[in-house]
Design a protein around this ligand. Structure first.
Ligand code: ZN
Length: 356
């Protein structure tokens, strides 16, 4: 499934991940297509930034249009016209961060859909079934996420990790049951998620547990949820010698350039984040040296230059000036967010390409 190709003295490594849709070189960054679309961009435009793998959110696709509907329409690849690999998260993070949680039990999580008010139960088995119906290539185990819980304490954190482990075993059992008739080359990959907040002992225990199972990849969850940068980096540094080198390592929800550099040099192979597109839609772009530039600033009113002279993205190569982009942002034209998103996505892809 995964092969480490080369280890660099910086700590970074390159590798090859074989998914059923296509093989992908690591490290890589996945643009987020929450509802099956990277907001405002067509798949060829996303691919043109260098992206090879897309991430879609199980929670959102389950609520609308529903996984059965997507299945009837040929699966998510066909539905959203992205032929390359797709990873779906398990829905855990969204259930815990976006919905109105009614009850967390050993069975699963009951939540209220904020749009319809409908109460829904998601269990580890259900999460796997939804992802298999969506027919994606990398499937994530359902986890108990505590990172965003304002009332979290050490006991709750330890409980959540233990539950995440029990749920992982249920996800693996369900995944095996559902995929037992698939030939190995046609089977999606299943990744386990390690948790533990900022508690090193708990993190290590969780990583060891996930790695003791037969999952195809290891994900680090619950980081970059508001903790200070220093603490997140310290945890990545602590975990880096503990990863199983024979499996891919995925740092969930991280996409600030400075964090990507740090993580790649500490053994991480995969990333996803809404930042490049969300920031882009608000006029915030990264330029050479990981600096941030706000295209809304009046200082760009007469600036004929592109966002970044050294950038090879479509937006910069096409010659759209900072002045023009500022004007579009001021007029609230959707083209503004699209062009800035393209630039930001390309910026992160170049970081990965640099290491590859
Ligand atoms: Zn650019």
């Amino acid at each position: 499934m995964f092969k480490e190709v080369k280890k660099h003295k910086s700590g970074a490594r390159t590798g090859l991940l074989n998914t059923r849709a296509a093989p992908v070189k690591t490290p890589f960054f996945m643009p987020v297509a929450t509802r099956g679309a990277v907001k405002g961009l067509e798949p060829p435009e996303v691919a043109d930034t260098g992206a090879e793998v897309l991430l879609s959110n199980t929670y959102h696709m389950h609520l609308a249009p529903g996984e059965k509907q997507v299945k009837n329409l040929g699966g998510l690849h066909d539905f959203c016209r992205w032929p390359g690999p797709i990873l779906t998260d398990s829905g855990g993070f969204q259930v815990f961060s976006l919905s109105n949680i009614r009850k967390i039990t050993e069975e699963g999580v009951v939540f209220k859909d904020p749009a319809s008010g409908r109460e829904t139960l998601i269990t580890p088995e259900k999460s796997i079934q939804i992802q298999l119906d969506l027919s994606t290539d990398i499937i994530m185990a359902f986890d108990d996420v505590t990172g965003l819980d304002p009332n979290k304490d050490k006991v709750r954190e330890a409980e959540a990790v233990a539950r995440t482990h029990r749920w992982l075993l249920r996800c693996i059992a369900e995944f095996k049951k559902q995929t037992k008739n698939m030939p190995k080359a046609k089977r999606p990959l299943l990744f386990g998620i390690q948790q533990g907040g900022l508690d090193k002992k708990l993190r290590q225990k969780s990583l060891e547990f996930v790695q003791s199972t037969e999952v195809d990849g290891i994900a680090v969850g619950g980081l970059s949820v508001g903790e200070p940068l220093k603490e997140m980096h310290a945890m990545l540094e602590f975990l880096s010698p503990l990863y199983d080198p024979s499996r891919p390592h995925y740092l969930m929800g991280v996409g600030e350039p400075i964090n990507m550099h740090f993580a790649i040099e500490h053994g991480i192979d995969m990333f996803d984040c809404v930042l490049p597109t969300r920031n882009g839609r608000h006029g915030s772009v990264w330029i050479n040296g990981d600096k941030k530039l706000n295209l809304n600033n009046s200082g760009h009113t007469s600036d004929k230059g592109p966002i970044d002279k050294k950038c090879d993205c479509h937006t910069c190569q096409q010659g759209y000036s900072r002045a023009y982009l500022r004007h579009l942002f001021k007029m609230a034209d959707p083209l503004a967010g699209k062009l800035a998103s393209i630039h930001n996505l390309r910026y992160l892809q170049r970081i990965c390409e640099g290491y590859r």
